[in-house]
Design a protein around this ligand. Structure first.
Ligand SMILES: [Zn+2]
Ligand SMILES: [Zn+2]
Length: 281
């Protein structure tokens, strides 16, 4: 398994700022950005929630998005069963609107150190996540089947993973002894600078993952019908986001000389090959 290195950030990724990250040398060729699904209710001057145009901009560069939900994730009194329901529904609504891919996780923030909690506080924290899990498991409330993730200190990840075995975890500081994270924020080196290009700086945390499925997603959309482009093997469709094509083989009629999907006329088959840069879905 190889390591993928990326970022998470509160900062809205305009074209200019996305270019700063693309040019930064601290990510692997294939990388991801953790971004927030909502502004939630935090009075924070940073425009932290994603927009659909930002999703399209990131996806068109074939960069994965990792969805984080954080409202008031650092106050233990915040975490109740009722709040879990509110947050789950709000996160699902945002993920739906942003065209987040089905069956990918939402990392719900719990920036509390479990070792400092009373047993009653731990019970409340579990109830919060249990309610989120229940809502996510309900296909009418979560028709796109988003999965449960959490973001917080390593030991808190470890604690909750004990109750929710399939949990996706994004381990922040302090890391503790937790080593089975899905994604880990790595501590910044002393004096390590944020990514900067042409005088533009993007404030980030640096992240890494060894998992092949860490929940990264992209939005690609193929609204048009299959196009006959004169290829004897395949027809194609253009993605309206990144303008790459996807391809499928012709579906011949009984005579084998016409595609019933795109209308290609001629002998179907042969050795003609599709371009090497076929995108994979
Ligand atoms: Zn695309
Ligand atoms: Zn066809």
């Amino acid at each position: 398994m190889s390591t993928t290195k990326g970022y998470d950030t509160l900062i809205k990724l305009t074209t200019e700022k996305l270019n700063v990250l693309i040019a930064d040398s601290r990510h692997t060729p294939k990388f991801f950005v953790g971004r927030y699904l909502t502004r939630a209710h935090v009075t924070n001057p940073a425009p932290k929630e994603m927009t659909l145009s930002e999703v399209k901009r990131i996806s068109a560069q074939f960069i994965d998005i990792v969805s984080i939900f954080e409202n008031i994730g650092s106050d233990i009194d915040y975490f109740t069963e009722t709040q879990g329901e509110t947050d789950a529904l709000e996160a699902i609504d945002a993920a739906n609107s942003l065209m987040q891919t089905t069956y990918t996780p939402i990392y719900f923030a719990a920036e509390v150190v479990v070792g400092k909690l009373t047993s009653a506080q731990k019970t409340s924290l579990r109830a919060y996540f249990n309610k989120i899990s229940t809502v996510l498991s309900n296909a009418s409330q979560n028709p796109r089947h988003y999965k449960l993730g959490m973001y917080g200190p390593g030991n808190t990840c470890n604690y909750l993973k004990g109750y929710f075995p399939g949990l996706f975890t994004m381990s922040g500081n302090p890391q503790g002894n937790y080593s089975t994270w899905t994604i880990k924020q790595r501590p910044k080196a002393t004096n390590e600078q944020h990514p900067t290009l042409n005088g533009v700086t993007v404030q980030v945390d640096f992240d890494e993952t060894n998992a092949s499925n860490y929940g990264g997603w992209q939005y690609h959309s193929f609204p048009s019908t299959w196009e006959n482009y004169g290829n004897a093997v395949r027809h194609r469709k253009e993605c309206s986001i990144c303008h790459n094509y996807k391809y499928e083989n012709h579906v011949p009629d009984s005579t084998g000389t016409r595609c019933t999907v795109c209308g290609f006329q001629g002998i179907i088959g042969g050795t003609q090959e599709a371009p090497d840069d076929e995108p994979t879905e």
